[in-house]
Write a protein that binds this ligand. Structure first.
Ligand SMILES: [Zn+2]
Length: 213
C-alpha cells in the first residue's frame, strides 16, 4: 500500500459528510480553517480523502461547499447530470484504489439543467445541435424514461428524473465496476446516493450500499 488510507470507516465517513452538510445549510461553515498554507503543505505528502463524490457540474452544487470540506477531504468528479460513464467510474475507482477513500457518493440535484434538457428531448426528440450535448442527453434518457410513468405533464418530471438518475447511477457503478463492487461487498467502502436541494441546501438520501446503514 503506497498511500495512507483514510482512517474513517464507511459509516464514520458518511456521518462526517452529513455533518458537513448540516454545517453548510445552517450557515456554520468551518472549511476555511482547513483551506490554508499549512494545509497545502501538509497535503504535499499525499491525499487521503474521506469521500469521493460524483456530482453535477451545475455551479450551484459544489461538493466542497455542500459538505463544508477543506483541502484534501473530498475527491470530486463532476459532469453535467452527474452521469456514470467510463471516465467518471474510472475516477471513482482511482479514489478507492489509490487514495483509500472509504465512501463513494453519487449526488444529483433538483432543478438540474441536464435533466430538464433530457425531459425536453423525451417530449420532442430532436438533436440539441451539439453531438456532445446529445451524448449527455442519451446517457440521461434511461432515468428520464424510468421516471416518466404518469408524470409526462408534471412539472416535477425533471426532479423525479434526477432522483431516478442517482438510483440508477449507483446500481450502474456496482454493475460495471468490479473494484467498487468488491470494496462495497467487503465492507471497506460504502456507496450512497444523494439528492441535493439547491434551495434549502439539504440532502435526501436515495440509497445506501455497504456498511453505512
Ligand atoms: Zn445538474
Amino acid at each position: 500500500m503506497t498511500y495512507k488510507k483514510n482512517p474513517l470507516s464507511p459509516k464514520q465517513a458518511f456521518d462526517a459528510l452529513m455533518e458537513g452538510n448540516r454545517r453548510f445549510y445552517s450557515d456554520s461553515l468551518t472549511h476555511t480553517w482547513r483551506v490554508n498554507t499549512e494545509r497545502r503543505e501538509n497535503l504535499l505528502a499525499g491525499q487521503s480523502p474521506f469521500a469521493a463524490v460524483l456530482g453535477c457540474a451545475d455551479s450551484r452544487t459544489p461538493p466542497e461547499h455542500i459538505f463544508d470540506a477543506g483541502l484534501g477531504e473530498v475527491f470530486v468528479v463532476r459532469n453535467a447530470g452527474n452521469l456514470v460513464d467510463p471516465i467518471s467510474v474510472g475516477s471513482l475507482e482511482y479514489a478507492v484504489e489509490h487514495t483509500g477513500c472509504p465512501l463513494v457518493c453519487v449526488m444529483g440535484h433538483r432543478h438540474c439543467g441536464a435533466m430538464n434538457a433530457t425531459v425536453a428531448a423525451a417530449r420532442t426528440p430532436v438533436s440539441s445541435g451539439s453531438p456532445h450535448v446529445d451524448v449527455i442527453i442519451e446517457r440521461a434518457m434511461p432515468a428520464v424514461i424510468a421516471a416518466r410513468q404518469d408524470r409526462a405533464d408534471n412539472p416535477e418530471w425533471a426532479d423525479a428524473a434526477s432522483l431516478m438518475n442517482v438510483a440508477l447511477g449507483c446500481r450502474e457503478i456496482l454493475r460495471i465496476s468490479g473494484i467498487i463492487a468488491k470494496a462495497v461487498g467487503s465492507g471497506s467502502v460504502g456507496l450512497a446516493g444523494l439528492l441535493y436541494d439547491v434551495g434549502t441546501g439539504r440532502l435526501e438520501v436515495i440509497g445506501r450500499y455497504g456498511d453505512i446503514l
